[in-house]
Ligand binder design. Structure first.
Ligand code: ACO
Length: 430
């Protein structure tokens, strides 16, 4: 029990303890009892839900999907088996994985009418705007899965989940090709998830894309490491939209919009732009570090609301970037700059005192760059990876939540005043 004393009166509230010993004061009755609400701008101390999906301990740098440590999954599992784990709660048996993979495979294609949607966008539209619109439009082709009737949408959940995991990748590849005025390439039934995506991205009518195992593995790892991350900005958005009863397609489409911002998923492309600018300016990183300390620049890919230690995904990406470049026989000056920035920041009191460490986005762009994915597609790649997490969170809300998400506020605007007709207002032209 927690005791809160307000205006001389003591009130007691239950304490909720999570599986890993996380503690929360249950203040749901606080306003009814006292007239007070809690104020927590940015929600840094607010538990918006109880969830079974992902556990993070930011102080210790721990991330687990359904109890499994991220480093064990990264070395032993594929993206699709992690997607299954995140959505259904258990790692799949071989039969379950085969069935799931078949369902994903048979849903890879888009309705031919979708081409008209792509044609409706200006060619240089941002891929995140296209992706969000397309995911919402996709629901229109599957009215039984996007009915906004919770029972009906849940009854069709398995197909909708596999369909979204599959088609988000097809839409992403088509968006890339639309941007470049290239013909659309259909998915192939004989290819696995990541190979199929690379085929749809890079095959030319006169030049079939040949899978490179190291590239396939690196991209699979990229998606796996992005698959879920508890109550981040985009996942909270998905849950918020779902709480009103909206269908899965609408909810993940909103998630894409939330992910787009540079403080969230948009940071992966911002990191590469930052590293390229540093490289082009001839700086070894030290001038940039000074600018970041003086508030004139932001060290993108550093800092995190939850991690006050290394983001475990950043460590895995740092190794993956080195390994991939070596396997492809490439050198990337941006990796050297990133390593120098990290070294300098980790020794600098400004970053040490504020507990700013590399986050998932610091090295992930170097992996995508080596694969040949263009910078404007990086956040789209993040969205493909995050789809299982959004889907699992949508389901958790839709199955369990009876109340719409609706925070309160502390109003700081004008007090009540009397309406004046326009001719009586100051500055009215006579
Ligand atoms: N570079 C320089 N200073 C920073 C950085 C940074 N990357 N991040 C935080 N700081 C400073 C802030 O200026 C602030 O300093 P002050 O106390 O002197 O005012 C202090 O560290 C605390 O920062 P906040 O902004 O309060 O931290 P918050 O938890 O709100 O923000 C965030 C976290 C948005 C990730 C922030 O660290 C940031 O902007 N990082 C760069 C963008 C980025 O990499 N985003 C990706 C995050 S991971 C993801 O969403 C996938």
């Amino acid at each position: 029990m927690a005791k809160i004393t307000l205006e001389g009166q003591e009130h007691t509230y239950p304490v909720i303890v999570g599986t890993e010993g996380e503690k929360a004061i249950d203040t749901r009755k606080l306003r009814t009892d006292t007239g007070y609400i809690t104020f927590d701008e940015g929600y840094g101390n607010t538990g918006s839900c109880q969830s079974n999906i992902t556990f993070i301990n930011g102080e210790k740098g721990i991330l687990r999907y359904r109890g499994y440590p991220i480093d064990q999954l990264a070395s032993g599992a594929s993206f699709l088996s992690c997607a299954y784990l995140i959505i259904y709660g258990e790692l799949p048996t071989q039969d379950q994985l085969d069935t799931f993979r078949d369902k994903v495979r048979e849903n890879a294609n888009l309705h031919e009418d979708f081409k008209h949607h792509f044609q409706g966008f200006p060619q240089n539209s941002h891929p995140m705007a296209v992706l969000s619109s397309m995911l919402n439009s996709l629901g229109c082709y599957y009215p039984d899965m996007s009915s906004n009737d919770r029972e009906k949408d849940l009854a069709n959940f398995d197909t909708a989940a596999a369909l979204l995991i599959s088609k988000v990748r097809t839409i992403a590849a088509m968006t890339y090709r639309m941007h470049r005025g290239m013909p659309f390439v259909y998915p192939r039934r004989d290819l696995r998830y990541v190979e199929n995506f690379l085929h749809m991205m890079f095959t030319e009518p006169y030049n079939l894309y040949e899978p490179i195992p190291e590239v396939t593995r690196a991209l699979d790892l990229f998606l796996l490491l992005h698959a879920d991350h508890e109550q981040n900005c985009s996942t909270s958005t998905v849950r918020m939209v779902a709480s009103g009863g909206a269908n899965l397609f609408a909810s993940v489409s909103a998630g894409v919009c939330a992910l787009w911002g540079p403080l969230h998923g948009g940071a992966n492309s911002a990191v590469i732009r930052m590293l390229s600018d540093i490289h082009a300016s001839g700086d070894d990183g030290s001038r940039f570090i000074e600018a970041a300390k003086n508030g004139k620049a932001r060290l993108m890919g550093f800092g995190h609301r939850v991690y006050k230690n290394f983001d475990p995904r950043a460590k895995i990406f740092a190794t993956a970037a080195e390994d991939l470049l070596k396997a492809l026989g490439q050198k990337d000056p941006l990796l050297d700059i990133a390593k120098r920035l990290q070294e300098a920041a980790l020794e600098d009191p400004y970053f040490v005192d504020r507990k700013l460490y590399p986050n998932v986005d610091f090295y992930s762009g170097i992996v995508l760059r080596a694969i040949g994915i263009p910078v404007d597609m990086y956040t789209v790649m993040f969205a493909i990876g995050r789809m299982p997490g959004w889907i699992a969170n949508w389901r958790e809300v839709t199955e369990n939540n009876k109340r719409i998400y609706r925070p309160r506020q502390v109003y700081t605007g004008p007090k009540e005043r009397t309406f004046q007709p326009i001719e009586e207002r100051d500055g009215h032209r006579r």
